[in-house]
Design a protein around this ligand. Sequence first.
Ligand code: GAR
Length: 208
Amino acid sequence: MLKLGVLVSGGGTNLQAILDAVESGRITNAEVSLVISNNAGAYALERAHMHEIPAVCISPKSYESRDEFHKALLSELQNHQIDLVVLAGFLVAVPPMIVGAYPNRIINIHPSLIPSFCGTGFYGLRVHEGVLDRGVKVTGATVHFVDAGTDTGPIILQKAVEVQEGDTPEILQRRVMEQAEWKILPEAIDLIANGKVMVENGKVRISR
Ligand code: GAR
């Protein structure tokens, strides 16, 4: 049974999609063992409590340095013997200390088709603002392994979503979540939990 540690910053709809998929059997061989938020007010923490999952806030504000904050995050993950770290709307950069401790064992959901609209400064609604400003007709979401860069790790799954006339960033964000994020994040976890995801030469191969 793969122990998942889910890191969140906000509403936690992707966390909810994972919890629902575990409960309905769309994710097998994995359980959510820990939820960590950097933000004490994150509704994601409530979602974890409702499912009786250990949930903690580890905020950079509580530590004297960034290094201390990173050490606290890492030791929480290690204390719970987490096998796979899932960044589900975690809007804090994951430091090399943690990436190094979990090689190809951290995944992230990003709300665009990487390599478009990703990297530093592209997170949350800003991604969808960028999409609408550029006038692209198709966007989507990507699940990828986390490496030392920002949104540069091996891509596991992607799903395209149409941009429609009259979209606002909020409307587009919701469509990308419903049609892509809430599907491909649980699917990627299930594939990893069942040993179907291999990384070779920086690329992902999936055996189904
Ligand atoms: C999601 O759209 C996720 O893809 C995005 O933040 C949102 C969190 O929503 N993540 C990023 O932009 C990471 N670069 P949620 O808290 O409801 O899951």
